[in-house]
Design a protein around this ligand. Structure first.
Ligand code: FAD
Length: 338
């Protein structure tokens, strides 16, 4: 365990916001967690993985725990299924590639998402038609309040669209230490979302493997999404709003061309990017924050602080509320005083 005092967090968040943590505790094992809890005066803290889904709104008042607990383990269940586990601090994309190159399929559509394995269940990451909860088996988490380790099943995580119990204010005592996925030797691939089929056909691939799908997804993402190293961002800043069937009916009367995605429970998901784009935000600057010229859902920080980002977000939210009567919800978590 490494403990540093008064640490600048600019390099620890993909928005590259400057903020000071009173302490930065780098955890490399479950024992480090026990040791830190024993010596900490109060258990309140903030956990960070790759910092790709947070807005640092101010300097922090509580210590930051940097999760770097590593590990990789495969437990075959039979000739075609296995439980594959990884330490929470493992970087997500290299973990996905390790499963694929070892012949375990299932995570290919989630390739190239930034961040760590431990954060992946927090907002039930999703991309290209697949959500983490579809491949998730269980996770292990440490309770900072009691000092106990506990396993969570899929049902206990209460996964929803970009949500789980770990994103809620009353569950911030849990530090995820290990995540287990159920993966397969073969099975149907998810090819119907976005440009996956077009990308595969441009590569002249007729019968794709899961690895082919991963490479196609990576190429599409590289073309579409700004690289945080060049344009500091946190991916999609707003969730796609979900309307009840009744709400959608009146919305559609006014906006018949709006893209929409019917859900199994009868609700309808709208594209937040379309709403923002329709209001002319794409490419505009709100102080030091830019709405990405190609991706209306992505806010890029051009040298501002967390409050500049939140101010830009609230202007966009207000305009969508006024024009469409829809309340956009932020995807990243706000840390510090907003
Ligand atoms: C360019 C770009 C593209 C993206 N694309 C996608 C996408 O396609 N789909 C998608 O779903 N997301 C996407 N994201 C968002 C982000 O990458 C994911 O949400 C990712 O899982 C966050 O991982 P992280 O380690 O960086 O989490 P952090 O930002 O460090 O933390 C996020 C939240 O999880 C909590 N947390 C982190 N680790 C733990 C832990 N071990 N235990 C308990 N809580 C923890 C933190 O306290 C915080 O509340 C994108 C982001 C960027 C910058």
């Amino acid at each position: 365990m490494l403990i540093q005092e008064q640490v600048e967090l600019l390099a620890f968040n993909t928005f590259r916001v400057s903020a000071i943590a009173p302490r930065l505790v780098t955890l490399q094992s479950n024992n480090d967690l026990l040791e830190w809890r024993a010596q900490a005066k109060q258990p309140d803290c903030v956990v960070l993985g790759g910092g790709s889904n947070v807005v640092l709104a101010s300097n922090l008042e509580t210590p930051v725990l940097l999760n770097r607990i590593m590990g990789y383990h495969v437990q075959p269940l039979n000739h075609r299924e296995a439980l594959v586990s990884a330490g929470a601090g493992e970087p997500w994309h290299p973990f996905v590639m390790r499963t694929l190159t070892s012949g375990w399929f299932g995570l290919e559509n989630l390739s190239l998402i930034p961040g760590t394995v431990g954060a992946s269940p927090v907002q039930n990451i999703g991309a290209y038609g697949v959500e983490l909860c579809q491949r998730f088996y269980s996770l292990q988490a440490f309770d900072l309040h009691t000092g106990e380790m506990r396993n969570f099943s899929r049902e206990e995580c209460e996964f929803r669209y970009r949500d789980s119990i770990f994103k809620r204010a009353d569950h911030q005592q849990w530090i995820i230490t290990k995540v287990t996925f159920k993966l397969y030797r073969d099975g149907p691939l998810s090819l119907d979302y976005g440009d996956i089929k077009a990308e595969l056909s441009s590569r002249k691939i007729i019968t794709p493997t899961a690895l082919d799908v991963s490479l196609a997804v990576q190429e599409i993402r590289r073309q579409k999404l700004p690289d945080p190293a060049v344009a500091p961002n946190a991916g999609s800043f707003f969730k796609n709003p979900v309307l009840s069937a009744k709400q959608f009916h009146s919305f559609q009367e006014a906006h018949p061309n709006a893209p929409h995605y019917p859900q199994e429970d009868g609700s309808v998901k709208l594209a937040a990017g379309w709403l923002i784009d329709r209001l002319g935000w794409k490419g505009r600057h709100i102080g030091p924050v830019e709405v990405h010229p190609k991706q209306a859902l992505v806010l890029v920080n051009r040298g501002g602080n967390g409050r500049d980002i939140l101010n830009a977000a609230s202007q966009i939210v207000a305009s969508v509320r006024v024009h469409f009567g829809i309340e956009l919800e932020m995807e990243p978590r706000i840390l510090g005083r907003a």
